[in-house]
Design a protein around this ligand. Structure first.
Ligand code: 0A1
Ligand code: ZN
Length: 891
C-alpha cells in the first residue's frame, strides 16, 4: 500500500489520555478577516495512569489543524518556539509539569472554511460544528471525547453585524457596545463536557421563546433562533421540543438540567442537527416548517430530530462516549429513544413500518457491501465516515432488542442503573450492556456479539405439524454472510417474536413442550444456536406462523409461506407489522417473477388475486388510512434489487411501472373514489389521522397518474393532478402532484415547475424540493436536466442541502437514470465527487458512497463504476473521507 495513504485507527489501540483538562477559558475575537482565539487550559497529568510524578505525564500532544499558532504560554511564561513543536495536525510540549496552566492563541479564517467543520460562516453569521473532530480547527486541544472539561466562553464582535452571540450554558456577562463598535458576552457551562459538544453562534438572528416547567418545578427558558423572516416557521419545532421534554420526564424520569435550552437553525450544515450542550445547532430543514412550505414528512422529521437532539442531553452529553468507536452508545440509544417518542406521538405500527423500510433501504445494503462494519467498528480512517445507518439505525435495533429481552420495566431499571453508574463519565458500549444485564439479571453475554459482528443475519425457518401428536415444530437455522475482515461469524442471540394463527385467523395460545401452561398468544423465542428447534404442544390444526412480529430483530427471515398463507396473514394477523410484511413478501415474490418473465421475453401479467387483495385494502373502511397507504405501496426498486443476485435495473423499473399501471387500471374507480373522499382542502392538522388521510389520497393520485401514459384513460387523472397542484394549500399535496407531473411529458409539467419556482424562489428549503423532484424524474433526459440545473442561479455547490437535493436526488433516488447503461450518470457523479472533495470532504464522501454497491450490477455497469472509482482514488489531494470510501469500495 502507498505509504502516503491515510492510516487506519484501531479500537484495540485505545489508551486513556495522559493529561486531563479541568477547565477551559475561551476568548473569541470574531473578525471579518481573522478570528483570534485565546484558550486557557487548566491541565494535569491523568491520575488514573502511573502514579503522578513531579515531571508530569510525559509529552503532551495536542490536536490542531488548519490554523495559525500565534503563541503558547505555560504557567504564565511565554514559550519560545524551541520549547514546543508544531506539526500539520499537532502541537507537542515535550515534558510539561504535573499540574499547569496552558495558554494558546490561534488565528483562523472562518470565511474560507467550506468544510462546515470547526468555525465557519453561514449567511454571514458565525457558527461551529465540532463533532467529531472540529474543535481542533479552533484551538489546539485534547480533542477526544474522554477529556471532559468545564467551559467558559467569551465572545467579542461587531455589535451591528453580530448582535446575538451564543455559546453553551448560561449567559454570565454582557457588555454594552464599546467605542469601537464591538460588544462582548460570556457564557459558562457548569457541566463538564467533551470538546465535540462545544458550540458558538454569532450573527443577526431572531428568536421565538417559550418555557417548560420540569416535573420538579424548575422553569426552563426555551429559545429557537432563526434568520429574520423565518420566525413564522418555528412553532412546530417548539411544540416538538416541549413534547420531548415532557416525554423524557414521563418515560425515563429525565429532566433538563440547565436554565436555558437554545436551538439555532442554519442553512449550511452537513448533517441534520447537533446536540451541543444547551445550544443545539440545526440544519434549517429540521426546524422550519409551516403547512404551506413543509410536507408531512418534513413535519415528522422536525419532530423526530428535535426530540433526538434533546434526548442526547442525557444519552450522549451527561453520559458520553469514551472514544469514537463507541459512537453507537449515544446514537443507537438516542435513535431508539426518538423512534419510541414518535411512536407514542403518532401510530406505533405505522412508525415501525417506516423505520424498517428505512433500515432495509439503507442499512441492509451497507451491511452486505464493502463498507459493512459492526455497530461498534474496529477501525476507521476518517471517523466522519462512520456516522452511518449501521451505527445509527442498526444501533437502534440492537437497543430495541435489549428492550424486547428485558421488557419495558427491565429496560427502565437498566437505564436508571446506567445513569447512576456513569453520569458525568465517558463510557463504552460494554458499560451500557453491563448496566442492562446487572439491573435485571438477564444474561446478555452472547448478545454482545451484535456489537462486534457486522452483517445481516439470515434466519431460515421451517414448520412441521404433527396432527396425531398435536405438535408443531419450528426449526430455526441462523447464518450470517461474511463481511470485510470477518469471514466467519458466531451465532447471534436473536429475539424471535411470533404467533401461530389457527384456521379462523385467531392467535393460538402458545405452550412449548415442557411448559405447564400456555404463555400468551404472542411471545419471544431466544434463538441462540446455529440450529434450534421449538416444539409447540396442543396444536390441533396446522397453524400459519406469524414470524418476527414487529420486526423483533434486524435479520432477513425466510419461511416457505405459500401465496395463500401470505394472503391469509395479510387479512388476519393480529400483528399490524406482519400484516404489512405479508403483503410486501407477496408483492416481492410476484414482482421478481415478472422480472424473470421479462428477461425471458414472456408477456407480463399481474396476478388477479393480488390485485383483488389490494382492492380489499383500499376499500376497507376500518383500516387506518396511513397503514393502508403503506400496505398499498409496492416494494421499492432498491428493495427489489437487493433480492436479486445481479440487479436488473431496467427490468425492475419496467416491472414496477407495469404493476402500478395494472393495479391502477383494475382499481381505477376505487382510486378515484378514494382520492375524492379524502380530497378537498380540509383545515390543516399535523396529527396522525390527518397525515394518514393525505398519504392515502396521494397514494391514490400516484396510481391514477400511472394511467397517464396509457392515453385517454389518464385524462381524468391528469385533471385531478393539475387541479391538486394549483389548488392545494398544504405542501404535501402540492409536492405529491408536482412529483407525478415531473415524470410526464405533458405540457402542464413545465407550467407547474415554473410556477412552483416562481412562487417559492425565496424559500431555500422549498427550492431544494424543486431540485430533487426534477433530479428524480424517470424521464430519459433527466441527466442532462440535472447538469443544466447545476448552473441554475439557485444552485450552490457549497450548500449541502442543495447537493443532497440535486446530486443526491439523482444518484440515490433515480436508479433507472443514474444506472443508465451509457455510464453518463456515473461520470457525472464522479465529477461532482471530485469537485466536492476540495470543498467539503464530508459531503463528497456521502456522494461517493453511491458507488459502493457496484459489484451488485451486471459486468458492463460494474466496469463503468469501477473505472470511475479508480479515477477518484487516483486523484491527487484526495481527502481521507473520500479516499476511505473509494478505496474500500474497490477492495
Ligand atoms: N450527533 C449528531 C449528528 C452529527 C454528527 C456529525 C456532525 O458533523 C460531522 C454533525 C452532526 C446527531 O446524532 O444528531
Ligand atoms: Zn444523534
Amino acid at each position: 500500500m502507498d505509504k502516503n495513504a491515510p492510516q487506519a485507527i484501531h479500537l484495540k489501540d485505545y489508551a486513556p489520555p495522559p493529561y486531563l483538562i479541568d477547565t477551559v477559558d475561551l476568548a473569541f475575537d470574531l473578525g471579518e478577516d481573522v478570528t483570534r482565539v485565546q484558550s486557557k487550559l487548566a491541565m494535569r497529568s491523568n491520575p488514573a495512569l502511573a502514579p503522578a510524578s513531579a515531571t508530569g505525564g510525559g509529552p503532551l500532544v495536542l490536536d490542531g489543524q488548519d490554523m495559525r499558532l500565534v503563541s503558547v504560554a505555560l504557567d504564565g511564561r511565554a514559550l519560545d518556539p524551541s520549547e514546543y513543536s508544531v506539526g500539520p495536525d499537532s502541537l507537542t510540549l515535550p515534558n510539561p509539569p504535573a499540574d499547569f496552566i496552558l495558554e494558546i492563541v490561534t488565528e483562523l479564517r472562518p470565511q474560507e472554511n467550506t468544510s462546515l467543520s470547526g468555525l465557519y460562516r453561514t449567511s454571514g453569521n458565525f457558527c461551529t460544528q465540532c463533532e467529531a473532530e472540529g474543535f481542533r480547527k479552533i484551538t489546539y486541544f485534547l480533542d477526544r471525547p474522554d477529556v471532559m472539561a468545564r467551559y467558559r466562553t467569551t465572545i467579542t464582535a461587531d455589535a451591528m453585524r453580530y448582535p446575538v452571540m451564543l455559546s453553551n450554558g448560561n449567559l454570565v456577562a454582557a457588555s454594552k457596545m464599546e467605542a469601537d463598535g464591538r460588544h462582548t458576552v460570556s457564557w459558562e457551562d457548569p457541566f463538564a463536557k467533551p470538546s465535540y459538544l462545544f458550540a458558538l453562534v454569532a450573527g443577526v438572528l431572531v428568536h421565538i421563546e417559550d418555557t417548560h416547567v420540569t416535573k420538579s418545578g424548575r422553569t426552563v427558558a426555551l429559545r429557537i433562533y432563526v434568520e429574520p423572516g423565518n420566525q413564522d416557521k418555528c412553532d412546530h419545532a417548539m411544540a416538538s421540543l416541549k413534547k420531548s421534554m415532557t416525554w423524557d420526564e414521563e418515560v425515563y424520569g429525565l429532566e433538563y438540567d440547565l436554565d436555558i435550552f437554545m436551538i439555532v437553525a442554519v442553512g449550511d450544515f452537513n448533517m441534520g442537527a447537533m446536540e451541543n450542550k444547551g445550544l443545539n445547532v440545526f440544519n434549517t430543514k429540521y426546524v422550519l416548517a409551516k403547512p404551506e412550505t413543509a410536507t408531512d414528512t418534513d413535519f415528522l422529521g422536525v419532530e423526530a430530530v428535535v426530540a433526538h437532539e434533546y434526548f442526547h442531553n442525557w444519552t450522549g452529553n451527561r453520559v458520553t462516549c469514551r472514544d469514537w468507536f463507541q459512537l453507537s452508545l449515544k446514537e443507537g440509544l438516542t435513535v431508539f429513544r426518538d423512534q419510541e417518542f414518535s411512536s407514542d406521538m403518532h401510530s406505533r405500527p405505522v412508525k415501525r413500518i417506516a423505520d424498517v423500510q428505512r433500515l432495509r433501504a439503507a442499512q441492509f445494503p451497507e451491511d452486505s457491501g464493502p463498507m459493512a462494519h459492526p455497530i461498534r467498528p474496529d477501525s476507521y480512517i476518517e471517523i466522519n465516515n462512520f456516522y452511518t445507518t449501521t451505527v445509527y439505525e442498526k444501533g437502534a435495533e440492537v437497543v430495541r432488542m435489549i428492550h424486547t429481552l428485558l421488557g419495558a420495566d427491565g429496560f427502565r431499571k437498566g437505564m436508571d442503573l446506567y445513569f447512576q453508574r456513569h453520569d458525568g463519565q465517558a463510557v463504552t458500549c460494554d458499560d451500557f450492556v453491563a448496566a442492562m444485564a446487572d439491573a435485571t439479571s438477564v444474561d446478555l453475554g452472547q448478545f454482545r456479539r451484535w456489537y462486534s459482528q457486522a452483517g445481516t443475519p439470515e434466519l431460515d425457518v421451517t414448520g412441521a405439524h404433527d396432527a396425531a401428536a398435536r405438535t408443531y415444530r419450528l426449526t430455526v437455522r441462523q447464518s450470517c454472510p461474511p463481511t470485510p475482515g470477518q469471514p466467519v461469524k458466531q451465532p447471534f442471540h436473536i429475539p424471535l417474536a411470533l404467533g401461530l394463527l389457527d384456521p379462523s385467523g385467531a392467535d393460538m395460545p402458545l405452550r412449548l413442550a415442557g411448559e405447564a401452561a400456555p404463555a400468551g398468544t404472542s411471545r419471544v423465542l431466544d434463538v441462540m444456536e446455529a440450529e434450534q428447534v421449538f416444539d409447540f404442544v396442543d396444536v390441533a390444526e396446522a397453524p400459519v406462523p406469524s414470524l418476527l412480529r414487529g420486526f423483533s430483530a434486524p435479520v432477513k427471515l425466510r419461511f416457505p409461506h405459500g401465496v395463500d398463507d401470505l394472503t391469509f396473514l395479510m387479512a388476519n394477523d393480529s400483528d399490524a407489522f406482519n400484516r404489512w410484511e405479508a403483503g410486501q413478501t407477496l408483492a416481492t415474490r410476484l414482482m421478481l417473477d415478472l422480472v424473470a418473465d421479462r428477461a425471458a421475453g414472456r408477456p407480463l401479467e399481474l396476478s388477479p388475486g393480488f390485485i383483488a387483495a389490494f382492492g380489499k385494502i383500499l376499500k376497507d373502511p376500518t383500516l387506518d388510512p396511513a397503514f393502508a397507504a403503506q400496505a398499498l405501496t409496492l416494494p421499492s426498486e432498491g428493495y427489489l434489487g437487493q433480492q436479486m443476485p445481479v440487479i436488473d435495473v431496467d427490468g425492475i423499473h419496467e416491472v414496477r411501472a407495469f404493476c402500478r399501471r395494472a393495479i391502477a387500471t383494475a382499481l381505477r374507480d376505487d382510486l378515484i373514489a378514494t382520492h375524492r373522499a379524502l380530497g378537498g382542502n380540509e383545515p390543516f392538522a399535523i396529527d396522525a389521522a390527518a397525515i394518514g388521510r393525505r398519504s392515502l389520497k396521494n397514494l391514490a393520485l400516484g396510481y391514477l397518474m400511472a394511467l397517464e401514459e396509457s392515453g385517454r384513460e389518464g385524462t381524468e387523472a391528469v385533471e385531478l393532478c393539475v387541479g391538486q397542484f394549483h389548488n392545494a394549500h398544504a405542501m404535501t399535496d402540492v409536492i405529491a402532484a408536482l412529483g407525478c407531473l415531473a415524470d410526464t411529458d405533458l405540457p402542464q409539467r413545465e407550467v407547474a415547475l415554473r410556477r412552483f419556482y416562481d412562487l417559492w424562489k425565496d424559500e431555500p428549503l422549498v427550492v431544494d424540493k424543486w431540485f430533487s423532484i426534477q433530479a428524480m424524474s424517470e424521464r430519459p433526459g433527466t441527466l442532462e436536466e440535472v447538469k443544466a440545473l447545476l448552473g441554475h442561479p439557485a444552485f450552490e455547490i457549497r450548500n449541502p442541502n442543495k447537493v443532497y437535493a440535486l446530486i443526491g436526488g439523482f444518484a440515490g433516488g433515480n436508479p433507472v437514470r443514474f444506472h443508465d447503461i451509457g455510464g453518463g450518470g456515473y461520470r457525472f457523479l464522479a465529477d461532482q465527487v471530485l469537485t466536492l472533495n476540495a470543498l467539503n470532504p464530508q459531503v463528497a464522501s456521502r456522494m461517493v458512497k453511491m458507488f459502493a454497491r457496484w459489484r451488485k450490477y451486471d459486468p458492463r455497469r460494474q466496469a463503468l463504476m469501477r473505472a470511475e472509482l479508480e479515477r477518484i482514488v487516483q486523484t491527487p489531494g484526495l481527502s481521507r473521507d473520500v479516499f476511505e470510501i473509494a478505496s474500500k469500495s474497490l477492495e
